[in-house]
Ligand binder design. Sequence first.
Ligand SMILES: [Fe+2]
Length: 472
Amino acid sequence: MVHAKRALWVTLVLAGLATIITSHATEYLIGTDDVFRSLQTRGYCEIGNHHFLKDDYNELYRTFDQFIDLMSNDRDFAIKIHTIEKDFLSIDTQKKRYCSAPPSYRDPREHETKRFNKIYFQFIKEHYNLLCDTETYTYDPSVESFLKNMEKLDAMARELFSEIIDRLEESRPGIKALAYGKYQELTVISKIVRYEKSEGWGTTPHRDKSCISLIWDSNDDDDDSLLLCEDTQNPSFKKLKKPIRFFSQAEDVTSTILIPGAACSKAGIDLNPTIHGVAPIKKEYRHAVISFLLIPDIDMSEITSDFIEPSEENVVKVTPKEFDMFFPSAKIVVRHPLDAEKILLVQRNAYYEPAGGKLEIDFSTRTAENLEQCAIREAREELGLMVSIEQYIGSYYFFWSIDPNKFSSCAVFVGEIVAQDPAFITNADSSELRIDPVWVSVNDILDKKVRVDPLYIGLEDLLIDYCRQVKG
Ligand SMILES: [Fe+2]
């Protein structure tokens, strides 16, 4: 078995070498001839790298751990790092350019509600340049060595992304112009993560918001945590599996997985994002490094990275064809119990909308909710509020941003609070898309100060009409 594996690996490396010699003078071995086709049909391809080896990664992980210790033990130092990051993002063009994933150091130990079991740092070259010019950089030798290691990885990412984009351009002209945009160089973020042992998902299955992502390395025992879905047309949790790797078999090559993110299809490139996740972490710590190539300056605000399956598997089996496309839904505007000029909405990404969601339909028992029951259930699930429906104010429709072949029509109600669940915690289910309930004044809606998703055709008008009614 070992011999067979080895022979296959050697064949692939030789095939990769042949590709390099004939077309690309590079230090990386791309293990497949047609990268675009591989991403389209299998959702990923593996790249062998003999430039950054296991020892380099281990050194990066070691220095990241030191950086984490400094960030958590030295408050002043942490504040300085965060301030420099803020300065970086205060430059409008940079904020826009890196909009889909701002640089950030996140340590769940600093947050009251521990939503994630991981600490991460996102490296952006321009942010790093600012850091280099400060005393923060030379504050402790460990900082400099960590950031230098990240810089080395990031430079490698840029080089490899540029080669991959050239390859993709051969199959799909136009992708190169999109990736470079008006800039002279690619827009890259490199991220290092330290996961803690966990019972649940290390990272719940999701799509990246990037154009393409390189999942460099992790210190799993047998590359056993990264799972991805080869079927990018109809992804599901059940289809998630370990990618097939050949390059991780050898000592002088490390294995990197390349996948497309959501920005490609958003920008009109026919590549679906590959759903991927990190299985429960069995060891005390797991480190991983990823680089994202962004398509700069495109609006990704309505695209969520969360992967929500359309429905349960048994429901899918008996779903009539038309229900693959149409999803009825209901939402509810909740009135403030004391202040008539305030209503409760939820903020999802950058936009505000009433709480609500899809009707629950069970095709196996042929039972379903009606629109009112759906609105009441959603208010309980999303807001922890028992509500009674007072009036129906109208409906709106939208094509799904994550899948334009799907369409929903949504009924909107107004309701009053009849009881509150004292034990309710917002966003307790971290696998659901994050929402933030906000009391909004009707004047702000009338003055159009509240941003409503433009993809929801008719929702803003409905809210304005209702607010006019409130104002009499
Ligand atoms: Fe990801």
